[in-house]
Design a protein around this ligand. Structure first.
Ligand code: ADP
Ligand code: ZN
Ligand code: ZN
Length: 723
């Protein structure tokens, strides 16, 4: 017998199927991982097919050495998914297979955790001398059931345990224990579903895609839980994706409260051991619900009955590191493979998916009101230019300060949202205009007040504080712009006796930090939580009566066709945090462009109005969903090499213009906006073409690039981030 094998190496030369002989004694199945000889080395590989004949000269084939595990780590569905992703995103096979396993398993670092217990030997007649006090206590303890060996040893020492064991009174047992992620349980609070929720649940049964458009607080989570409950009753499994780890504590609490051990959590915030154990619980079928960020879509669950993507519009569902893929495509594939519903939930669906719903390609379900019947909080737009004219050049408008006083005097809570992190962004010389940049990445450094250092947000490299300009030696250097730390400092000045909490990348880098901050916020009143994107969604605090958006414009002026859409989404999400229960809420939105259409629609919670305006602009300007953007990214340590590659590819790609004259809207080669990341030079080809022949053109471009090289080239389809 022969096996077709993919070698676990991310290299172009190895990106194909290799044939090996299966030795008779090896009981091999498809999907198993094996050790194989390759050249002079031993490598790891995945068995993707077993067959009677080989295509290659048999005398030249080598034998598989051994199995890595005794089970098929890659299931049949995942092998088909691999083919799908390879074609769709033009990825190397091994790089896809790696997504399907916890890295710890591939690297062989993490092993199961075993624990030893003692228990009484059944039917043993126990006779102890009066002096053996400790032994007697141990026997009494064990008569109530087994006890962990460490616990006994700590309390009584090893000698009495050894004595009892030698007499045959007690026995040792070793058992695997699962490390499970820390979760605070909310209990299972069930609510009476309203008519909108009931209707949604009844509708979502078919093997197709649904867009659940529900305003913030409309009770989507309750719908998800009911859908999953029904799925389990039907003997099937479910996957639910959430965009960020910061969201999972609350969702996890709710789901664990209802489904207990059936829930497994998969995200990057877990320790290696926890992730490995959660993965195994799903793999073995012990856990039936996978909840997590993007990578949970690869959960090793069979027999899926429901896939849910919460906050489907979030950009974190698109992988921007290698391998690059869109989670929506993978979810769609798995839903169709398992013939189950795929639910896309959002208060602000992506323009692309809303258009699919308008066109009838997917089914729209609407939840127009909040579950508790409360109106959405009013949004007051504050013109910061006007504020400046009146002599207020501070971070906060007079309106926001007045509203904060109201919060504090009523012992309530407020959230202040900001788009950036860090104390102040750039170090700039006032004399010569020098800006401090990272020597490896060609991006501006960010000043961090906490440790008085400049840091690069791309590679993490740190630099000393600069008191003088390195270029002209002037002492007139400025550390400008506003960040979370500065806002916290300002608020503390205004409200010295009020608890001001901060949540951003810097304060949440340690394990469970999100949860700790949120828990503290929850019990402290009055209090103000200052944060970045992380506080924008999911959280549900009864006493938050004010939300302040300090710099709404931040996300508006980026060189990205989606920046208006992103701004609308952000405002809606942030505003949704206010006045969620008995208390009335309010939102104060500070902007320097108060007449921009995005603020008009966002302040009226008019998604449909915004959609109509935006889709028209996209059509006129020929941006997605009316076109497709392809970015081909070239990156390497050697700049000449990258430029050479770029040039070779571009010369051939340019010839496509003659064939697809009217299809190609834009095509050009250039430096990437960020010229270097982690010491690698970056160049790119940007292409935009009409949809009609998009697949065909894409395929031709893939072929052209493949002929040149496949290493150090990456493809991104409708990328979220163009840096
Ligand atoms: P969404 O995810 O749509 O923003 P949530 O699922 O977080 O909304 O629900 C908002 C709040 O409404 C939660 O506190 C939830 O417990 C509550 N809720 C949900 N459904 C109902 C219902 N049918 N009746 C009363 N309260 C509900
Ligand atoms: Zn850097
Ligand atoms: Zn200078």
């Amino acid at each position: 017998m022969f096996a077709e094998i993919i070698i676990d190496q991310d290299a172009k030369a190895l990106d194909r199927v290799f044939e090996y002989i299966i030795p008779d004694y090896l009981n091999l199945s498809v999907g198993m991982r094996v050790y194989i000889p390759f050249g002079k080395r031993i490598m790891q590989g995945y068995v993707i097919k077993i067959k009677d004949n080989c295509n290659y000269d048999r005398s030249k084939l080598k034998e598989i050495i051994s199995k890595i595990e005794d089970f098929s780590a890659i299931k049949k569905e995942m092998l088909e998914l691999m083919q799908f992703m390879a074609e769709k995103n033009h990825l190397k096979l091994a790089s896809i297979l790696r997504l399907f396993l916890p890295a710890e398993m591939r690297e062989g670092k993490v092993k199961e955790l075993f624990k030893t217990f003692y228990s009484l030997v059944n039917g043993a007649e126990i006779k102890l001398s009066k002096a053996a006090k400790k032994q007697e206590e141990i026997v009494n303890l064990l008569s109530g059931g087994r006890v962990a060996a460490v616990e006994l040893a700590e309390k009584y020492g090893y000698a009495p345990l050894k004595a009892l064991r030698e007499k045959g009174y007690i026995k040792k047992e070793v058992e695997e224990v699962k490390r499970s992620p820390f979760v605070i349980l909310n209990g299972d609070k069930r609510v009476e579903l309203n008519d909108c929720q009931k209707k949604a649940i009844e509708t979502i049964i078919e093997d197709k895609t649904y867009l659940l458009h529900g305003v913030t607080g409309s009770g989507k989570t309750e719908i998800y839980m009911n859908l999953i409950e029904r799925t389990l009753e039907n003997g099937k499994n479910a996957i639910m994706l959430v965009p960020e780890i910061s969201l999972t504590p609350q969702i996890m609490s709710n789901f664990k409260g209802r489904f207990g051990e059936a829930v497994a959590l998969l995200h990057s915030g877990l320790s290696a051991g926890e992730r490995f154990d959660e993965w195994k619980r799903l793999f073995s079928g012990e856990a039936k619900i996978a909840i997590g960020a993007r990578s949970a879509i690869f959960a090793p669950l069979e027999n899926l009955g429901m896939i849910i993507i919460d906050e489907e519009h979030e950009s974190s569902y698109i992988s921007e590191s290698n391998p690059r893929y869109d989670t929506h495509d993978v979810a769609e594939f798995r839903a169709r493979y398992n013939s189950c519903p795929l639910v896309l939930g959002s208060a602000t669906p992506s323009i692309e998916n809303y258009q699919r719903a308008v066109d009838g390609e997917i089914q729209l379900i609407e939840l127009p009101v909040r579950a508790n019947g409360k109106a959405m909080p009013p949004v007051q737009i504050v013109d910061m230019m006007e504020e400046l004219r009146r002599g207020n050049s501070g971070i906060f408008s007079n309106q926001l300060i007045a509203d904060l006083y109201n919060v504090v005097s009523n012992k309530k809570q407020a959230m202040i949202f900001i788009n950036r992190r860090g104390f102040s962004s750039f170090m700039k010389c006032k004399e010569c205009g020098y800006i401090a940049k990272c020597s490896d990445c060609d991006v501006s450094l960010v000043y961090h007040k906490e440790d008085n250092r400049l840091k690069c947000h791309y590679c993490g490299k740190q630099y000393k504080y600069l008191a003088r300009c390195p270029s002209c030696h002037s002492e007139h250097v400025k550390y400008g712009a506003v960040g979370t730390q500065q806002i916290v400092a300002k608020l503390q000045e205004l409200f010295p006796n009020v608890k001001i909490l901060r949540m951003d990348n810097d304060t949440t880098s340690t394990k469970n930090a999100h949860q700790k901050i949120l828990n503290e916020f929850k019990v402290t009143k009055p209090s103000i939580l200052v944060g970045t994107q992380m506080i924008a969604k999911g959280h549900d605090f009864e006493d938050v009566i004010l939300v302040g958006i300090v710099d709404a414009d931040q996300s508006l002026y980026q060189s990205d066709y989606r920046s208006t859409e992103k701004t609308f989404q952000l405002i809606t999400q942030v505003a949704g945090r206010a006045g969620r229960s008995v208390n009335d809420g309010k939102v104060v939105l500070q902007t320097y462009s108060p007449r921009h259409y995005v603020y008009k629609f966002a302040s009226n919670y008019d998604y449909k109005g915004f959609y109509r305006k935006e889709i028209n602009i996209r059509q006129t300007a020929q941006f997605p969903p009316y076109s497709r953007i392809l970015r081909i990214l070239f990156s390497d340590f050697d700049e000449n090499h990258v430029r050479e590659l770029l040039k070779m590819c571009y010369t051939d790609i340019e010839k496509l213009r003659q064939v697809y004259k009217s299809d190609i809207i834009y095509l050009d080669a250039m430096k990437s906006p960020i010229k270097r990341i982690q010491d690698k030079y970056r160049y790119q080809i940007m292409a935009r073409f009409k949809l009609e022949n998009a697949d065909k053109i894409e395929k031709e471009i893939f072929d052209i690039v493949d002929r040149t090289t496949k290493n150090s080239v990456f493809f991104e389809i409708n990328p979220q981030n163009l840096s």
